[in-house]
Ligand binder design. Sequence first.
Ligand code: FES
Length: 532
Amino acid sequence: MYKLNGVKLPIAAMKEHMKLLYNGKTYNISRGTLLSELFKRENMDIPMVCAGMGRCGKCKVRFVSGAPRATSADSSFFSEDEIKSGWRLACRAVITEDAEIETDLSAAKEDKAFSIKEESREDKCEDLSSGNFVAAIDIGTTTIAAAIISPKDGNDIIKKAVTMNHQRSYGADVISRIKAANEGNADVLRKLVTDDLKGLLKNVALKEVVIAGNTTMLHLLVGDSCEGLGISPYKPVRLSYPEMSFSEVLGVTFEEKDIYDETECRIMPGISAFVGADIVSGMYALDFYKIPEGKTYMLIDLGTNGEMAVADSKKITVCSTAAGPVFEGGGISCGMAGVSGAIEHVKIDKEKKTADYRTIENTEPLGICGSGVLELVSELRRCDIVDETGLLADEYFEEGFILYKDEKKTISFPQNDIRALQLAKAAIRSGIDTLLSEHGITSADVDKVYIAGGFSEHLDIDMIKALKMLPEGFINKNITECVGNTSLKGCIKALGDCDYQKKITDIAARSSEISLAGTDTFGESFISAMNL
Ligand code: FES
């Protein structure tokens, strides 16, 4: 026997060959193949939020025939009936006989909704291969966003495109990606992200590209080793990059070189292993290099790596806090990315205890995305359906709070999901409190708060009051603004700014990072921030 991801696989049986039928195609595989490994090898996209640890329940497949023995992880995600009808987790399913499978329909729909999404300006449909354009790119852990810009039209955005970061089959957060890279998958991860970029920029000849992303994403993009990022004292290979050609960054083959070898590429600098170029780019987008005397601004980027900065005219203090994938819908039983069909807003009737919701693009609900999760838990608390410790009222304990139900699916929010959200919000709230105190101020001294992150575009700040994720004054004083993807906005701004280098260097130089775990107050603050 040998073990892969904690699953025991029979060595002797490896030589036998099996047939696996999926989506009308037959795969010849060795007996003992772990299904999720086949998915990765064949570049078949399936959500694997926990990187195959059997903890997130996202890699659901149904065996039409040849189902392997159910594991304990299967039993914690599927009912007995579901197990009988062939449902298994792909990351636990060891193929031991010929089989036929189908994937979770809602996951497939989410994928479809998340294949490249483009918005183009019809009045600007000139030839995109003319080479007159420049591009801004933000490489996020979950999504990759690009904006194509026409400098001759006063930096007008002529096309925006977003795609899933297909590295996600190696886990939802940076820690899983670092681990996967250090286990020999760095080249695969690099290929996945460069293929995503090529897909986003297809047919567009570019003069210049500016890229931002967190430190791990940029290491994986340019092929730097992630070894130092995976172990204390968390040393990146580098935090700033020389100007390169875009083909160098992509590591493209000789035949492709004619497209990008003339394209200049600038990569934004980062501050540390976990406070990356994305937050630097965000601070630059929000003019943190020219904060007026006597004013204090704060930037909170609600992603898996919860980076934040507090700044005045003299100094900037930054930190990162491990919030996990909840804000992007990960680690939640019915969670999904913020794409068509995701429940983005929730309002509960306090008397009837029924929920009213709205989905992105007003389509049939498939699951719940980050903004929906925050609003739902805030509403559950406001309506006393959960108590201040986060415990669901007895009548909801079994099934969770049900948002939607038809014959085929139920979208509910069980106790475990509330706990996952409590951990994420406690990481953010205690991060805010500790950062402010290390900067030598309190929340009352802050004049402006920016909430960044792709999903913040869907967030209604007034609807998350009861969550206590932000200090009360941030909401009541009306100083908080949701600003969307500031990392991308910084890259767009840099394309038209000849002083960009000076400003960005100033931001990075004035920033000092604090390690939350190294402060006296973080632990205590985290525990009290768990309460709702
Ligand atoms: S449970 Fe399989 S990837 Fe998370």
